[in-house]
Design a protein around this ligand. Structure first.
Ligand code: MG
Length: 217
């Protein structure tokens, strides 16, 4: 996937992809993780992006790839140490994303205190829908999310359940990294994560934002 597409027809070159872990309490509980004081932040490379309608290629170096449905925030304006009050001025749009995670490999790496990058950043690990411009979303902190796998609802939540709001996420991340146009922030996943298998069809939807449909080889 070379470019982020907007529903308006505009295209944007993708920048860095920054993920937020443990942002929904029900998902923290299902994995038995601690509630973080500081946001849990990781990056995925641009080669992880997969366009709507694409095919996830399960890597051969892990056995358990989990789906994580997430609201993606697309940055439209450069900023460093952005305040929460001004954070939404830096948002160009929103999209439906999957933060695919090799859970078995991630668990092994976590136990050893090692970085998770290879569990989060493999090719096709970041399917991303067509984006909607920010002004078409009334409140990014109150959107229903749903993921169906083979027609069955697996994840259902609302961004109002996020422990950190979109504004707080942008403020905290921009404290560490300069945010630039094309950067993509993945805001965390609600409960219901589970293994995907060859032949599965994944359909994500977020109210006011859109839909994403991908298959698994
Ligand atoms: Mg995630």
């Amino acid at each position: 996937m070379r470019q982020i597409k907007f529903s308006s027809g505009k295209t944007v070159n993708p920048g860095k992809i920054i993920g937020l872990g443990r942002n929904y309490l029900d998902h923290i509980r299902e994995l038995g993780n601690a509630v973080p004081e500081r946001a849990v932040i990781f990056c995925k490379p641009q080669t992880s992006l997969l366009e709507d309608g694409g095919t996830i290629i399960l890597p051969d170096f892990a056995h358990e790839c989990h789906h994580e449905l997430e609201l993606a925030v697309l940055i439209g304006k450069t900023g460093k140490k952005i305040t929460a009050e001004r954070a939404l001025d830096h948002v160009a749009g929103y999209a439906v994303a999957l933060d695919l995670t090799l859970r078995d490999l991630q668990t092994q790496l976590k136990e050893k205190g090692l970085p998770w990058d290879i569990a989060k950043g493999f090719d096709t690990s970041c399917p991303l829908s067509t984006a909607v411009p920010a002004d078409q979303v009334t409140d990014p902190n109150n959107l229903e999310l749903q993921l169906k796998v083979n027609g069955i609802v697996r994840q259902q939540g609302n961004t109002s359940q996020m422990m950190r709001s979109v504004e707080e996420i942008i403020a905290e991340i921009s404290n560490y990294f300069t945010l630039e146009p094309g950067d993509i922030i993945l805001t965390g996943t609600p409960a219901g994560v589970a293994k995907i298998n060859s032949g599965d069809i994944l359909e994500g939807s977020i109210e006011q934002v859109g839909t994403l449909k991908v298959s698994v080889t």
